[in-house]
Design a protein around this ligand. Structure first.
Ligand SMILES: Cc1cc2nc3c(=O)[nH]c(=O)nc-3n(C[C@H](O)[C@H](O)[C@H](O)COP(=O)(O)OP(=O)(O)OC[C@H]3O[C@@H](n4cnc5c(N)ncnc54)[C@H](O)[C@@H]3O)c2cc1C
Length: 635
């Protein structure tokens, strides 16, 4: 029987993107982690490389964006299309489109290109700061949820590949992030379904070239009489070339078909004609067989879970593998945190599979369509212009191509990750029935990502991105858009008063000594599960900080004024209020999940109504009864 030292909150197998991001969250949030990988060294170079705009937001929130940007990665703003000229005269540019068009509301309208080795290293360094070490080369040889210990029900047998010594540990949860050939998935007998039966073998080459091809610093798809290639600019003057070596639709299909470096280089030279292409050096080359597949289940018992490539594989064309792995990991981590922190019932863990599997299915469908979009029909310049620049899409609704283009861009950027109504994403079927939910005029849709808003932080007058002000701390973020303080003073006071009531969602989960928090505590003075902020609509807010009730004054670094213009709401007096649809006088409240997706919006009213509604919302999954049981808020 393992002794206490061999008991962990989570054992993580695999230190690719999904394992690393989950490990970082758990380590930051104070959990005891055992994290192993079977390779002696982390990825040195190559493999996945495209960080999509929404993923960059997540990485910033986790505190590692600066480390990545220090490598001066390439940024892809535009995609160019090259097609054959008649009579074998080579290729010419036939169109281009923005990689992240202006209708997508992001601070990062580009894909960041950096090889997986550098990305993994940034995670590993940050994880080490929180006292978790990734042990290598170790593998998993067995596991069982035998329930012999009700707190640590899963027994895991691990093997040190240097010494062949096996150790047995117990854990609350086991997370399989071992990539496409997942041992855990196989042991659980979870089937992989192949949506698109067609498989491909890709040759991927990173290196430095000299060329007169004018778009070498742009992402390009090139179709030529000699074959097709995808070009992706990279850090350190490098370029990545993806060449499809074979496909299961080929008459002589052989999944083990391969190509040497020089064969791919020669193929690339032929495709680039009439432009020259000379290789200075090759940094990485891999032949990468891939089929579209999705795991039937992401868990069987809500103790052993899988994520990332263990659950879904697809072509590298849209650059989604690593990004989807990031989203899986974050979704998994905050839900385990809510349960293990004692806030939420274990039944919420079902939403990991229901939310993430639906996104993976959408991704696979999209991957197939995206491939067709790239190869079957090139857009006209007018269509691309219309799709890129039109924010509301109203003029284009009949144009199928434009609609496809928009949803494709939104999806690949990561802002198209929209979770359906469930216990976390409020909708009319949610158990919380207060009439104050979803106030009229508010444009925020539960399940979507909270948009970017720039506001002024009152404590130091910095202009700050509101969506980044709370780091990834595993807490719900409650933004109180407080409108005009002269109008909302009473509502804010009532909000605070009701928060402090014994059975409120907030008081029920306070830290043991919540009155005695550190002077330097910015985000979680009272509770591990909530960070509050107040955003006034006008400058007057500045004078009201001292008059805020003490529960809100504890968040002195999270009091803001909404006085920064936003191009999306020209001439707005309070741009963030207007953009989100909150009344600039009377405000409103938005609750964000710990991953930054919108949970619910509630009207800000005098009396107990707003907190009553939130009590109802949280009571749907909290471990304690909340509120006074009188769920019908008065309008
Ligand atoms: C050779 C290769 C080339 C790729 N090239 C591209 C590309 O060009 N573009 C692109 O978009 N995507 C590419 N991918 C896919 C991309 O890397 C993945 O989508 C992404 O890394 C998914 O992250 P993950 O954490 O789920 O899995 P992975 O990154 O695969 O990480 C899994 C980790 O688990 C470890 N592991 C596996 N089994 C065990 C075990 N039994 N015990 C302990 N550890 C284990 C592995 O060593 C690895 O470190 C490539 C993948 C591979 C394998």
């Amino acid at each position: 029987m393992p002794h206490a030292a061999d008991r962990y909150d989570v054992v993580i197998i695999g230190a690719g993107p999904v394992g690393l991001l989950s490990s970082l969250c758990f380590s930051k949030w104070g959990y005891k982690i055992k994290h192993i990988d079977n390779r002696p060294l982390p990825t040195k170079t190559g493999r996945a490389d495209g960080i999509q705009p929404r993923s960059l937001e997540i990485l910033r929130n986790l505190g590692i964006k600066r480390k990545l940007m220090a490598h001066d990665p390439a940024r892809v703003y535009d995609v160019a299309f090259w097609d054959p000229l008649p009579e074998g005269k080579g290729i010419h540019r036939t169109g281009n489109w923005p990689s992240c068009p202006s209708f997508i509301d992001t601070r990062y309208p580009f894909t960041t290109l950096l090889h997986q080795g550098l990305i993994e290293r940034a995670f590993i360094d940050e994880i080490a700061k929180h006292d978790t070490t990734i042990e290598r080369p170790w593998t998993i040889v067995g596991f069982k949820n035998d329930g012999k210990d009700s707190t640590y029900p899963v027994e895991v047998t691990l093997k040190d590949l240097n010494t062949n010594v096996e150790v047995v540990v117990r854990t609350k949860y086991l997370f399989g992030g071992e990539g496409a050939k997942s041992f855990i998935r196989e042991q659980l007998g979870i089937q992989i379904f192949h949506k698109d039966p067609i498989s491909h073998v890709w040759g991927v080459m990173d290196g430095v070239v000299q060329t007169d091809f004018p778009d070498i610093l742009t992402k390009c798809t090139i179709h030529s009489d000699s074959g097709s290639i995808m070009v992706i600019p990279r850090e350190n003057n490098m370029v990545r070339l993806y060449v499809q070596i074979s496909s299961s639709t080929d008459p002589d299909w052989n999944p083990r078909k391969t190509a040497t470096v020089s064969e791919v280089q020669e193929a690339a030279k032929r495709i680039f004609r009439p432009y020259s292409l000379k290789w200075d050096r090759v940094e990485w080359y891999s032949v990468y067989p891939i089929g579209q597949g999705i795991a039937d289940k992401y868990t069987l018992d809500h103790r052993v879970f899988i994520g990332g490539d263990s659950c879904h594989t697809h072509s590298p064309k849209a650059g989604q593998g690593m990004n989807t792995a990031f989203h899986d990991a974050l979704n998994f981590a905050w839900k385990i945190h809510l349960v293990e922190g004692g806030f939420a019932k274990p039944s919420i863990l079902t939403t990991y599979e229901s939310e993430r599997k639906l996104i993976a299915e959408t991704l696979l469908n999209f991957d197939a369509k995206y491939a067709a979009l790239f190869s079957s029909r090139q857009p006209s310049a007018a269509e691309v212009g219309a799709a890129s620049n039109n924010d509301d899409g109203s003029a284009n609704t009949t144009n199928q191509f434009v609609e496809m283009f928009k949803s494709a861009c939104e999806f690949t950027s990561g802002y198209g990750v929209v979770y359906q109504p469930n216990i976390f994403n409020w909708g009319p079927d949610h158990p919380a029935k207060s009439p104050l939910f979803n106030p009229q005029g508010v444009k925020l849709i539960p399940g979507r990502v909270f948009p970017s808003c720039t506001v002024t932080r009152l404590s130091d007058a910095y202009k700050v991105p509101l969506e980044q002000e709370v780091p990834a701390n595993g807490s719900f973020r409650i933004h109180i858009f407080a409108g005009n303080p002269d109008k909302t003073r009473e509502a804010i006071n009532d909000f605070a008063l009701n928060l402090e009531k014994k059975r409120s969602f907030y008081s029920s989960y306070q830290k043991e000594d919540s009155t005695n928090f550190s002077y330097f505590e910015r985000h979680n003075p009272h509770s591990r599960f909530f960070t509050l902020s107040v955003v006034y609509s006008g400058k007057k807010g500045a004078s009201t900080i001292d008059q805020l009730p003490s529960v809100l004054r504890a968040y002195k670094h999270h009091i803001y004024v909404d006085d920064i213009p936003d191009i999306r709401v020209p001439n707005a007096k309070a741009a963030a209020h207007m953009k989100l649809g909150f009344d600039t006088e009377n405000g409103g409240v938005v609750v964000l999940r710990p991953d930054g997706h919108i949970a619910c919006t509630v009207q800000l009213v005098r009396g107990s109504g707003t907190v009553d509604a939130l009590n109802e919302y949280f009571a749907a999954f909290a471990t304690k009864p909340l509120g006074d049981g009188n769920s019908q808020a008065r309008l």
